[in-house]
Each structure stands twice: as structure tokens, then as C-alpha cells.
Design a protein around this ligand. Sequence first.
Ligand SMILES: NC(=O)c1ccc[n+]([C@@H]2O[C@H](COP(=O)([O-])OP(=O)(O)OC[C@H]3O[C@@H](n4cnc5c(N)ncnc54)[C@H](OP(=O)(O)O)[C@@H]3O)[C@@H](O)[C@H]2O)c1
Length: 253
Amino acid sequence: MDEKIRIAIIGYGRMGREIETTARSEGIEVVSIIDPAKDGATGKEITKETIGEAEIAIDFSSPGSVIENIKRVAGLKKNMVIGTTGWYVQIEEARRLIEKEGTGLIYSPNFSIGVNIFFQIVKEAASLIDKFPGYDPYVYELHHNQKTDAPGGTAKELGSIILQNIKRKKDMVFDRISDRRIDPAEVHVASIRAGQMPGTHVVGFDGPADTIELKHTARSRAGFSEGAIEAAKWIRGRKGFYSMKDLIESAVK
Ligand SMILES: NC(=O)c1ccc[n+]([C@@H]2O[C@H](COP(=O)([O-])OP(=O)(O)OC[C@H]3O[C@@H](n4cnc5c(N)ncnc54)[C@H](OP(=O)(O)O)[C@@H]3O)[C@@H](O)[C@H]2O)c1
């Protein structure tokens, strides 16, 4: 395999630009930038010509375009990294497309290595809290005012980790609870949108006499793009459908 990695960036917004900066600083060649309208893009849609010699396409576009993007990129037999969030109801369709084309894909609602460590810490904490029914879990997240999905994929993942590890919790509730009490089997996952924040996630466990809080704060988008570039290196030459969990597990083995 040629040592130099060549990538395509799909979606040239805040994250697409961050990916470009990180890739160039690591000597990775950005051969194609695809975005319908942004200045600096080299193509408006995904075709054989616009993807060119890229081996891996990194997608930070919009939830509604992910499945079509997978169809086109996998159809061209290229591997993919999907950072876009909010499309997970279609995840089985995505898996089938990748299996049909025999290519590779890795996705994550959050590529930051720190957040993936945070997931493991929350998992351990939740297993412990499972044994202490007096402690009631909650999740909240804060993001910049341009984010279009709420709660974000990372907050939903934190909620899922709680459901998987605390048996008395069965469901997440995302809405404002204004006309009833929260059910003891529910976990409230709340969102705040303001200003420029790249992403803060808090998981708390409230007990009769005290509160335990675990918090991850992203200081910039660089953590996401560095993780996505690591994922691109990992998925290079691999076949199959993976999440960041698989990458982390393979790193700690
Ligand atoms: N996984 C992670 O670690 C992570 C971290 C941060 C953000 N995200 C997610 O990444 C996504 C992008 O975030 P962002 O802040 O970069 O958003 P953004 O600034 O709005 O950028 C998205 C760009 O993609 C373009 N686009 C839309 N559909 C496209 C398509 N079919 N092909 C190519 N480009 C397309 C958009 O164009 P228009 O403006 O014309 O629609 C826009 O320029 C969001 O889903 C966000 O939640 C994930």
C-alpha cells in the first residue's frame, strides 16, 4: 500500500475545514473537497471525477445526505469515515450498503479520543450506580447555536450507556417534562444551545445527600478532527461496518 493517504472531504463547513487543517498538518493529501455551495470546494457532488484518487472520504455534512453519500462513495469502492450525526435511524440501511459493496466504514457521533475515554468512564460509573438505587442518573449537553440536532448523538450515546448498565432505567426522555413527573424508569437527557461552545457533556448521579458529576468539555474542534483522521488511518484497507468503539477496543487490547 502507498504510504501517503489521500482523502476526500465531504461537507466543507466548520468540521470539514478543521479536517483539512489536521490532515495537511499530518502530511495527508486532501485531493477532493465536496460541498454544494462553499467557496474552496473542488466539487459540488460525489462522482467518480470529483472523488478522484481519494482512498477514504470523510463526511461531516448533514444528516439528510448521509445515506446518499454512502451509496455514492461505497459504489465507487472507497472507504468512509462518517462524523455527521442525526442519521442513526438509517444505520441498518448503511450497514447493508457497506456489506453489499464490500467496502469499509467507521462512524461515531463523537470522534474525540477524550470523549471515547469518557464513554468508558461513564460505563464503569453506571455499573457501580446500578448497585446503589438511591442515585438517579441524568445527562445534559451544551453546544453552539448553529447545531441542528438536539440532543446530539454523543448525549444519546451517554443515555444509551446508562440504559445498558443501570437495570432500573428503561428509557430516555429528551423533551421538556412540563405536565407530569418523570417516570423512575426514565433518564432525562437535556440540551442547551448558545454561543460558540464546541460541545460539553455532563453525566450526573443524584443521591439523597450528594451529587456525583462527570464532565467532558471540548475546548475546540481539533479533538474531533484528530480522532476522525485516526479513524481514517484505521479504516484504510479494512472491510466492514465499524464504530469508534471498535477502534478504541483494538487500541487497548
Ligand atoms: N462526530 C464528531 O466528532 C462530530 C463533531 C462535530 C460535529 N459533528 C457533526 O458533523 C456535522 C457537520 O457539522 P459542522 O459543524 O461542520 O456543520 P456545518 O458547518 O453546517 O457544515 C456542514 C457542511 O456540509 C454541507 N453539506 C450538506 N449536504 C452535503 C452533501 N450532500 N454533500 C456535501 N456537503 C454537504 C453543508 O452545506 P449547506 O450549508 O449548503 O447545507 C455545509 O457546508 C453535524 O452533523 C455535526 O453534528 C460531528
